[in-house]
Design a protein around this ligand. Structure first.
Ligand code: L34
Length: 249
């Protein structure tokens, strides 16, 4: 795990990942680099980890400080150690449904949906947000499960009406408690990917949980919903990578 700079939220997430590694019995090495780290220095570390046989999975926590280009860094992580599935080769594999790693957050969302007993096939699935990390791959995973998928974004007309069609609603916009009860269909599965701080500094999701909890069939809280599942999926990918590297079935 590589973390650059001192973003407090990233530090919490990385700490939680370290704890998870310990809980499942993985060795983890944390590299906390100063915010001023240069591209050259970060690439040198990535290269060292690429070639270190003790390392099965590499994760560079995002966001990186502004002077560093995520794309260049991610492109240099070995494809078979890219346990985030952010490398363009892994992203491409996901598009065609031929993958070893799924991106952790969308994969965690799929597990949460599965846990409700809801069949995705044929359902109206609406994803709010089109980021490369969540929105786009999320839509693809729902599509692989034969959902009828709509991706919405800032230019979507009448977002509320589109969301109200959803049997499965995944909110990944990054706007505190934006989704209210009038955005959801009675009985819908509502998955909240948001990780925001409200005006009082309190951690909250994109969904107004209190407002929606009676109307939704199933709803995930923040904290304690998608975040821990993201980490669980990271452990799963790392195990897959480790087995592959060591020839274990
Ligand atoms: N490279 N960067 C890379 N991989 C990732 O998979 C991530 N992501 C996102 C941000 N940057 C990344 C994460 O790890 C989001 N994310 C993440 C991971 C864990 C948690 C939240 C986001 C988490 O542990 N959430 C806890 C509460 C945390 C708190 O108290 O602040 C929860 O219960 O939701």
């Amino acid at each position: 795990m590589v973390i650059v700079g001192d973003d407090p939220a990233s530090q919490v997430y990385v700490k939680n990942k370290e704890k998870a590694c310990e809980a499942v019995g993985f060795n983890s090495f944390k590299y906390a680099l100063p915010a001023e780290t240069t591209e050259e220095e970060l690439l040198a570390l990535v290269d060292k980890l690429n070639n270190d046989d003790r390392v099965d999975g590499i994760l560079v926590q995002l966001p990186l400080p502004k002077h560093l280009d995520d794309k260049i860094i991610i492109n240099n992580i070995r494809v078979d150690k890219d346990v985030d599935a952010f490398h363009p080769v892994n992203v491409g594999k996901i598009m065609i449904g031929d993958y070893s790693f799924l991106p952790c957050t969308p994969a965690g969302v799929m597990e949460l949906i599965k846990s409700t007993g809801t069949e995705v096939a044929g359902k109206e699935c609406v994803v709010i947000g089109r980021s490369n990390i969540v929105g786009k791959p999320q839509a693809m995973l729902l599509l692989h499960e034969n959902g009828t998928v709509t991706i919405t974004h800032s230019k979507t007309k009448d977002l509320k009406a589109v969301c109200r069609r959803a049997d499965i609603l995944v909110a990944a916009v990054g706007r505190a408690r934006m989704v209210k009860a009038d955005y959801i269909k009675e009985g819908a599965v509502v998955i909240d990917v948001g990780m925001n701080r409200d005006e009082n500094g309190k951690l909250c999701g994109d969904v107004d949980f209190e407002d929606c909890k009676e109307k939704a069939g199933f709803i995930t809280p923040v904290p304690g919903g998608v975040g821990p599942m993201t980490i669980a999926m990271l452990m799963k990918n790392t195990l897959t990578a480790g087995k592959e590297h060591h020839g274990i079935k």
